[in-house]
Design a protein around this ligand. Structure first.
Ligand code: NAD
Length: 489
């Protein structure tokens, strides 16, 4: 059977591929607006069964303690996904509207390869640490610190980098010994369901260890946060939804791990190659139509060279025409949906109403009447108090803001409710490093360095999240710590 046969995806519950209790819902190609096919639409009963299956697999099998088996399963999953990478690429480009060039990196092949890190980490991890013998309260005691899986993990994910985010949760959660219920975004059900089909048909991952529940109804996902059988929520999405998840999780006091939105700044200090830096910033803000949480969408430049910076950004961004994501030359594809396109257009309208000027772009491309496209847009003439400088737009939109020296640039960067990422460009590495150290963000790019790697932690300060994904820190998010004290006679 081929992947997603009959253009229809199913749920994965307790090891079986099954239909959804609420029927099906369509998944749409955002570049063409065509219906690609349908996904199983789960109802509350399906979600209840998925949670029960994950609970049983955790409580009644040796999955959580058999590290050797888990490591083998994760490497097997990596190999299975690699074997099917061309089918997955086709699904990803069609469903996400992701430029095909990005699928060789974070959009697909990167996260598949990164499963190796999860398997290697579990294999070499020190699950028990001998803390030695001591005399606490006068009682001779041998102490051991054990790390154990948390239990049932609910992974709730967005649509912008579905494989990256789904696998960056599944990999470490499974490696750490948990069982998982994955609830992907309703905009990209096939990316997750295809992985579910491959898990069911081509891996030895036992029934119930991974459950994948697609649904058109956000409330079905919200059941996970409230359910007492779920021990941890691993959520990636908007800050507003993150807040709701945290509130729902509070009733059962489950661990809540959040990767949320951003409004990251790209600082160009006055000794940097201004045109080069602004061009890099403009290119980054256009990639995947700006639908990346860590994209730097505020370009903060020396006031004395503001016009030059706007011009340099506009030359690059104006040349990156939104295009067909299947074309290997396309950098900026469509937005995911008409709703998102209209939301981005609303921000552009607000920039104009606030007195901002479009140095390029400003709306839908004239040459495309189908597909959810927005032109890469540079907004000039506003300061950091403007709505487009404060709120996450999630479109190919760069707001250029003037600074009056390094302290002011850092103040502007940190003057945000978010703290996900940032970039500093300076000809002086020490000066750049000093600025990087003062940014209240989880990841910093200095002069073009890349922080994205399987072994590097990713996450946000402030309202960009709680906890870290990827790296050793990301693996340890999925562990409990147990202190064992044995009296010594
Ligand atoms: P979203 O918050 O609307 O949805 C994310 C997921 O949450 C979806 O699966 C959705 O069905 C589910 N959901 C919605 N309401 C829920 C509720 N009340 N309870 C439980 N689940 C619920 O986000 P989106 O629009 O799909 O994605 C875009 C957002 O994701 C942006 O804000 C972006 O910055 C953020 N994001 C963050 C990161 C990160 O790592 N920090 C990465 C990618 C995307």
């Amino acid at each position: 059977m081929g992947l997603l046969a009959d253009r229809q995806s199913q749920l994965l519950i307790d090891g079986k591929l099954v239909a959804g209790g609420a029927g099906t819902f369509p998944t749409i190609n955002p570049a063409t607006e065509e219906v690609l096919g349908t996904a199983a639409d789960a109802d509350a009963d399906d979600m209840g069964r998925a949670i029960e299956a994950a609970r049983r697999a955790f409580d009644e099998t040796d999955w959580s303690t058999n590290t050797e088996f888990r490591v083998r399963c994760i490497r097997q999953l990596r190999d299975v996904l690699s074997r099917h990478v061309e089918e997955l690429r086709e699904i990803t480009v069609a469903e996400v509207g992701a430029p095909v060039m990005l699928t060789s990196a974070a959009q697909l092949e990167g996260p598949i390869a990164d499963l190796s890190f999860c398997a290697d980490t579990a294999e070499s991890y020190q699950w028990r640490t001998d803390a030695g013998v001591a005399m606490p309260m006068g009682i001779k005691t041998h102490r051991t610190i054990a790390r154990e899986a948390i239990g049932v993990v609910a992974a709730i994910t967005p649509w912008n980098f579905p494989h990256q985010i789904n696998l960056a949760k599944l990999g470490p959660a499974l490696a750490a010994g948990n069982t998982v219920v994955l609830k992907p975004a309703p905009d990209t059900p096939w990316c997750a369901a295809a992985v579910g089909q491959l898990i069911a048909e081509e891996t030895d991952i036992p029934p119930g260890v991974v459950n994948i529940v697609t649904s058109s109804d956000h409330n079905v996902g919200a059941l996970l946060s409230k359910d007492p059988r779920v021990d941890m929520i691993s959520f990636t999405g908007s800050t507003a939804t993150g807040r709701a998840v945290m509130a729902d999780g509070s009733t059962t006091l489950k661990k809540v791990f959040l990767e949320l939105g951003g409004k990251s700044a790209f600082l160009v200090l006055d000794d940097a190659d201004l045109a080069g830096a602004c061009s890099v910033s403009a290119f980054t803000a256009s990639m995947h139509a700006g639908q990346g949480c860590a994209i730097t969408t505020r370009l903060v430049v020396p006031r004395a060279r503001y016009d030059e910076a706007v011009e340099a950004a506009a030359v690059t961004m104006g040349s990156l025409k939104p295009g067909d994501p299947t074309d290997p030359g396309t950098v900026c594809g469509p937005l995911i949906s008409a709703r998102q396109r209209d939301r981005v257009q609303g921000y552009l309208d607000s920039a104009a109403a606030d007195g901002g000027k479009f140095a390029c772009g400003g709306g839908r491309p004239a040459d495309r009447d189908t597909g959810f496209f927005i032109e890469p847009t540079v907004i000039a003439g506003l300061d950091n108090s403007a709505k487009v400088a404060r709120e996450e737009i999630f479109g190919p939109v760069l707001t250029v803001i003037a600074h009056d020296g390094d302290d002011d640039a850092i103040r502007i960067a940190n003057d945000s409710p978010y703290g996900l990422s940032g970039t500093v460009f300076s000809a002086d590495p020490d000066r750049a490093a000093r600025a990087a150290a003062r940014l209240r963000v989880g990841t910093v790019n200095v002069n073009g360095g890349v922080w994205y790697s399987a072994d590097m932690p990713f996450g946000g300060y402030k309202q960009s999240g709680i906890g870290r994904e990827m790296g050793l820190a990301g693996f340890e998010e999925y562990l409990e710590i147990k202190a064992i004290a044995t009296a010594v006679n």
